[in-house]
Ligand binder design. Structure first.
Ligand code: GN1
Ligand code: MG
Length: 344
């Protein structure tokens, strides 16, 4: 990676790099150079076909904050010596360097409702900071990213064109996915309902995308690759998908999957504390649906990828994306069964 860092400034000559694992799509390193820390990311251009769009989006958002004199904290990319927001090298791809925010930390697992509250507050604040910005100006960095109808179509295509052995061995999972397809109709209705607005939406609200200070208060959100116009349920739903259970999508002992109602309330509260004024009545009444949409969509995406020979997410062992699909279906059923214990 050192030749990439050379594009920035001579201070990176003897930089040291440490891999940060976690994401399925991009690769990330912590860089230390002359006593300072940075984050370097390689953007997966199989997934983000036009990485320049990400940089343009972040610049548009940063310019807006400057124009309205907002003190909202957005982590922007450091420019290369030739003034680019991305460093590119043939054969290596696109890279982005950002400062490492001092006295910040990330967490990998949500252990307390307070953490869920803080994160939800941060994702709500992120969207509400751009309430005067026309989200339609943003580039779509991944077309149809959280479009449930489109994801369902991809799944149906995989049944026809995917690995036939895998398709015939997964009839149980396929039927289970099909049995909840009414959610796709529900999604289509929402898309037609003007009470559901397109706003500046993060689309990847897992806990490791929130920076916390040393007193466990949220500072800001990071990983702005999937910031696009979107619906509130993407951000709220993905928090439910990733904060409610003490286990994540990699857990293969499904008996450990559970839904913690206190964490559900913390997400609704934190997000509403920033966004309630902006949300329509219909949106406020759709928090539970948000969780169902996103958990279901992730189950769908993992199964589709398994049927397509793991081309998108990759797999470290045979059957990993099928196991992830089963994990998410288990979570979906636990979430649905817990409905009575939620107020909305
Ligand atoms: C991917 O790589 P990561 O963890 O940031 C995916 C998300 C999924 C997530 C599941 C661009 O995110 O949509 O929810 O995996 N991002 C993309 O772990 O596809
Ligand atoms: Mg991400």
């Amino acid at each position: 990676m050192n030749s990439i860092l050379q594009q920035y400034s001579p201070q990176f000559q003897n930089a040291s790099l440490e891999v940060i694992s976690g994401g399925l799509i991009n690769q990330t390193w912590k860089v230390t150079a002359k006593g300072k820390n940075f984050i370097l990311q390689r953007i997966n251009d199989n997934v983000f076909k036009e990485p320049g769009k990400i940089a343009t989006n972040v610049r548009l958002l940063a310019d807006h904050l400057t124009a309205i004199e907002s003190d909202y904290f957005l982590v922007s990319a450091i420019k290369t010596e030739s003034g680019e927001e991305l460093a590119y090298e043939t054969g290596k791809g696109y890279f982005r360097l950002t400062p490492f925010v001092k006295n910040s930390k990330t967490i990998q697992v949500v252990e307390t409702p307070e953490q869920a509250y803080e994160a939800a507050l941060q994702f709500g604040r992120f969207s509400s900071s751009f309430s005067d910005f026309d989200a339609a100006q943003l580039h779509v960095t991944i077309p149809n990213f959280h479009d449930l109808a489109y994801r369902y179509k991809q799944f149906e295509n995989a049944l026809l064109t995917g690995n036939p052995q895998r398709v015939s061995a997964c009839s149980e999972e396929i039927n289970q996915i099909r049995s909840y397809a009414n959610l796709v109709d529900e999604y289509n209705r929402i898309r037609m309902n003007p009470a559901f607005k397109l706003r500046v939406t993060h689309h990847d609200t897992k806990i490791s995308n929130v920076l916390f200070d040393l007193d466990n208060k949220g500072i800001c959100v990071i990983d702005l690759d999937t910031v696009m116009p979107g619906y509130f349920f993407s951000d709220v739903g993905d928090m439910m998908r990733t904060y409610l259970s003490p286990t994540n999508e990699e857990e293969t002992d499904f008996s450990k999957i559970e839904v913690r109602p206190m964490f559900y309330h913390a997400i609704v509260q934190g997000y509403s504390d920033e966004m309630k004024g902006a949300l329509s009545k219909d949106e406020q009444n759709s928090f539970f649906l948000a969780g169902q949409f996103l958990i279901y969509m992730q189950a769908l995406r993992f199964l589709t990828d398994y049927l397509n020979n793991d081309v998108y997410y990759g797999a470290q062992f045979e059957g990993q994306n099928l196991a992830r699909n089963r994990n998410q279906l288990t979570l979906f059923e636990a979430f649905t069964a817990a409905r009575k214990t939620f107020s909305k």
